[in-house]
Design a protein around this ligand. Sequence first.
Ligand code: 6PG
Length: 246
Amino acid sequence: MSDVHVFPTFDALSRSAAQHIAAHIQTVLREADTYALALAGGSTPERTYELLASGFPRIAWERVHIFWGDERFVPSSSARSNERMARRTLLSKIDVPFTNVHPIPTDAGSPSAAADRYDNHLRDVFADRDHTFDLTILGIGDDGHTASLFPGTRPDPTDADGTGIPDGRLVRAVEAPATYEVRDRITCTYRALNASTEVVFLASGEEKQQAVARARAGDPDVPAAHISPRHRLTWFLDPDAAGKEA
Ligand code: 6PG
């Protein structure tokens, strides 16, 4: 089951998503020492990141660890880098310790080396807990992809019993379809994303409408339909992305 919120404007959508994320951080940090937030790439979350950085409500960034759900295999200085986008819109504006930032290492030599390194890193970081990210932000492509899980990929048979970090890969190197500008990608797997406590999907624009509808209907050919976090999945949509629900 998922919650769906539809907002009249993209700004209202972004504002509400930022408030939802900030509230979750505050709630979790009442009980836990640290919080793990996984960021999406693409352009939809940029405004949400700016609002998260704006300081209201106040977030204890010194206790928040930042990860990425996927990355393009480009240098972190590239205009195509998801890390660069997050540094520009969020990380450069907040007081988050350098050691709390966990980018996907695209300087690793090859996409598979980068994926291996990030996979090991996530296993180390999450070794002593029963879930991966506290909250994962995801976008959706008009073909239904999410993170860099493209159509044609299905989850591996699950070996997660809900009580610990799943076995099997948490991160993989993948190739995007030929229509994508950057084909070499590193992505968290369904296992890693579904071992998050919460997922927030952000989608805006008519070109997303069909993919959103198919994902929400559970169409197995749509990667986003396979996202099912441990506790809560929330969609933040504008009327164009929501279609007839608006
Ligand atoms: C990426 C992503 C990807 C993105 C969607 C939506 O690296 O491209 O993380 O899954 O979220 O493609 O992108 P837009 O927000 O730009 O539409």
